[in-house]
Design a protein around this ligand. Sequence first.
Ligand code: NAP
Length: 500
Amino acid sequence: MKTVISNNEQTKELVNLVLQGASEAFNTYRNIPGDRKADFLNSIAAEIELLGTSLITQAMAETHLGPERLMGERTRTCAQLRAFADMVKEGSWVEACIDGALPDRKPLPKPDMRKMFIPLGPVIVFGAANFPFAYSTAGGDTASALAAGCPVIVKAHPGHLKTSSLVAGCIQRAALKNNIPSQVFQHIEKTDFDTGQALVLHPLTEAVGFTGSFAGGYALYKMAVNRDRPIPVFAEMSSVNPVCILPEIIRKQAKGIAEKLANAVTGSMGQFCTKPGLQLLIEEEGFEDYLEALRHKFSTAQPAALLHEGIASTFYKRRNESIGTEGVKLEMSSSLKASVQEGYPSLISVSASDFIRQKTLHEEVFGPFTLIIKCRDKKELLEVIRSLHGQLTATIIGTTQELQNNRDIIDALTDKAGRIIINGVPTGLEVCPSTVHGGPFPATTDSRFTAVGISSVKRFVRPQCYQNFPSELLPNELKDENPLGIRRMVNGSWEDPGKK
Ligand code: NAP
């Protein structure tokens, strides 16, 4: 169903209609077997690929992102959909667990207890401006919710409305081809906050997946927890992704590391939630060489169009606020002039003590911008790490010996982030079952989950226990004969379906 809401008076009524439809569809969709859900997810990927260059051209026009970046993102999006298809087809993801009855147990008999994950119900998805495919209409939130067995309502992002509509068409065609109820997926094309908020507040909504700014994610989170019946909001928000560079490696490889970091900050105009926005260094021999190499890279970095006007104005506002903060020094901006729509690669520095006491410097500047934090010694560097908010990523760069000698820095960074990287950069996320794209607040609203990788399905399910159920009323996953041949925990041991 495609719903275009024309004015505010209609919002409530139409949101109600959309949720009623999703709720009805849930009753059917939750019972559709895993192999049919897999066909549906695989079909969505195939339909997206069938759109070919027309989809890329549309996304380029709306986001100003380049073709290679968008083609890579499309590949990743289709791979994610197929990974979830494989997962639901195989079936063991429900983590079935069976503890048989012990009627003769003393002093009390033990009942038959069985457990598995079941879907929550209708999920609202908000995508981000900077990922029109992978974190939007058919992105990880939608794919994981559909895999879990939940209907999805996507609130289209105004920054790529037409792209979103094209992708929504793919999901709708895939549903039709696979005999999936049409209201399992609905697409709301409306560019105001009221609609998104009405979707979150509707009593039939069971969960929310959000990717975007801290302001947006946190506003929706607070609304959801203050409902009469609170619901979970899995909001993936902002992160400054600290990179800690140790002294010995800087003495040896200042230029090479500066090049890698500068590229990670300015690539795609720094419009990644994993962009390294903070660099922590100790002012020892090699530090000045590193800074000089970075200055050179920033002075020659080419400005380019940002995603949309709102992102551009927020970038300049936050950049100028940071530069105007006490103790901050502008080290270098691109020597090439940028228009108001373009990102302006900028490098600033500040002392550790000024950084620690001024909290605005701890917040994301979304765009080609990074802050060097000058620490007097390791003690001060550790204080900086301890002062940081929760992050999606944290990185440490050092020689083998330095890494061995600085386990306390690694531990301090681990406490702050969902993914910790050694001798690399945080941008360019590898998507696989081990991926964690999440982290302590405010990187996300729930650090126990990841938004990327197949375990992200856990956000949209809950464990259900079935006590003393006769076999004919049990889900197939929990029947003694294991008709689906899935991996299960039975009476405390893993059951190997291959041995049946
Ligand atoms: P955004 O402005 O927060 O928008 C995201 C979506 O949320 C839009 O659909 C927007 O609605 C909606 N929204 C925002 N505030 C709302 C409110 N108060 N009430 C109702 N709806 C609201 O984010 P963005 O500019 O698209 O994305 C850039 C940000 O995303 C950056 O901070 C970046 O770091 C972050 N990001 C994070 C991740 C991650 O995985 N953690 C990934 C990518 C990007 P409208 O359509 O009505 O504007």
